[in-house]
Write a protein of this length. Structure first.
Length: 191
C-alpha cells in the first residue's frame, strides 16, 4: 500500500487580500513562509519522511515545498489550481454565493474563460494517480497543491457532509490518504 500526504500551499498575498487565485499566482506572505517552515518541522517531529516529493507548477506550491524540505521534487501541471477565467485576481466577493448540488461551481466559469468542475476534477485525479504509479509499494509521497484541488479530489471520495465534518482546507493543511488497487482512501487530516 502507498501513502499520499496532500498539502495545501502557505498563505499568499491574494489569500490575505481575499482575491480569487486559481491560474494566476501571488507570493507567499510572511505568515505563509512561517507556516510552511513550521509544517516541515512538524513532519520531522512526527517522524514523517517521504520517498518522493511533488508540487503544482505554480510558484506558491513549489515555494511552499522548498520551505518544507530541501529534497528534490517534481513539478506537475495536472495539480495546478482551478482556472477561474476572468475572475482571476478579482475580489472573492464576485464569485457566486451558492454552490451547485455537488458542492462545486459546476460549469459556471467556462463561459468566462475558466474550467468546468468536471474537467478540473478529472485532471486532478488523473495526475494524482500518475504520481502514485511512480511509487513502489509501501512508499509515501508529499504533494503540495491547492485548496480547490484538495476539495475537488476529496469530493471524489467523500460526501460534502463528510468533508465539512472532517476536513479543513486552511493554508498548509495536510491530508493523509492510502492508495491500493488503483483506489484512494482518506485516512485523516494530520495538520
Amino acid at each position: 500500500m502507498k501513502t499520499l500526504y496532500l498539502m495545501r500551499h502557505g498563505q499568499t498575498l491574494f489569500n490575505k487580500l481575499e482575491k480569487t487565485q486559481g491560474a494566476c499566482d501571488s507570493p507567499l506572505t510572511d505568515a505563509g513562509i512561517a507556516d510552511a517552515k513550521a509544517t516541515g518541522q512538524f513532519f520531522k517531529e512526527q517522524g514523517l519522511y517521504f520517498d518522493r516529493y511533488f508540487s503544482s507548477t505554480q510558484e506558491r506550491a513549489s515555494d511552499t515545498l522548498e520551505l518544507v524540505t530541501d529534497q528534490p521534487y517534481q513539478r506537475m501541471k495536472g495539480i495546478k489550481e482551478w482556472d477561474f477565467g476572468i475572475f482571476e485576481g478579482e475580489s472573492e466577493m464576485l464569485l457566486p454565493k451558492t454552490y451547485y448540488t455537488d458542492g462545486s461551481y459546476g460549469d459556471y466559469f467556462v463561459e468566462f474563460g475558466g474550467e468546468s468542475a468536471t474537467e478540473f476534477q478529472k485532471r486532478v485525479i488523473k495526475t494524482l494517480k500518475e504520481i502514485m504509479s511512480q511509487l513502489l509499494d509501501d512508499q509515501n509521497t508529499l504533494v503540495v497543491c491547492h485548496g480547490a484541488v484538495m476539495l475537488m479530489f476529496m469530493q471524489s471520495l467523500l460526501s460534502m457532509e463528510e468533508i465539512a465534518k472532517e476536513i479543513s482546507f486552511h493554508n498548509c493543511a495536510v491530508l493523509k490518504l492510502t492508495f491500493d488497487d488503483d483506489k484512494f482512501e482518506f485516512i485523516e487530516q494530520v495538520k
